[in-house]
Design a protein around this ligand. Structure first.
Ligand SMILES: [Zn+2]
Ligand SMILES: [Zn+2]
Length: 163
């Protein structure tokens, strides 16, 4: 648990470039489609570019990657991926509160989500009562936001959104 909490405190410092974040999300959401060539086809880039990025992510401890083999997320990588998905969906939800349709909210959140820090995402998540559904899918709450000190104090209160 100490390891998990340290990672989450670290997440802004580890902040990934938008492209790296997209790779992490893609591998998280398509665990069966993670060969270098498949990732290259999906993003329309050269396989050598993919290999370079995958090696960088591997050296950050987020991926376990061997050339020409399938790539998978490490435990740390999964936590990071879940954070990225939550960040996108929390921001999407906030935008729907200001009149955007779910489709618009999804698209607009993707334009700026990479510059929003975890502190802000956690505050939004808390203020909305840790919603379970976002505009484009379920939201899983990482140990730092939902099982952190604050949540433990709130134990007993229902955290399930009515929607
Ligand atoms: Zn979305
Ligand atoms: Zn939360």
């Amino acid at each position: 648990m100490v390891y998990v909490i340290n990672l989450m405190d670290d997440i802004d410092r580890l902040l990934l470039s938008p492209r790296k974040a997209m790779y992490i999300k893609f591998i998280y959401e398509s665990p069966d489609t993670t060969k270098t060539t498949e990732i290259a086809t999906y993003f329309g880039v050269d396989p050598s570019t993919v290999t370079k990025t995958l090696m960088e992510l591997t050296s950050m401890g987020l991926l376990s990657h061997e050339p020409y083999r399938a790539t998978s997320l490490t435990g740390k990588g999964v936590i990071y991926a879940e954070y990225l998905v939550r960040r996108h969906r929390i921001l999407g939800l906030v935008l729907t509160h200001y009149g955007l349709t779910p489709e618009e909210a999804c698209e607009e959140a993707a334009r700026f989500e990479n510059s929003v820090s975890k502190v802000v995402i956690d505050s939004m998540c808390r203020s909305m009562g840790h919603p379970m559904m976002g505009v484009c899918g379920r939201i899983s709450h990482d140990p730092c936001c939902c099982n952190g000190p604050e949540k433990r104090q709130e134990k007993g209160k229902s955290q399930i959104s009515a929607r």
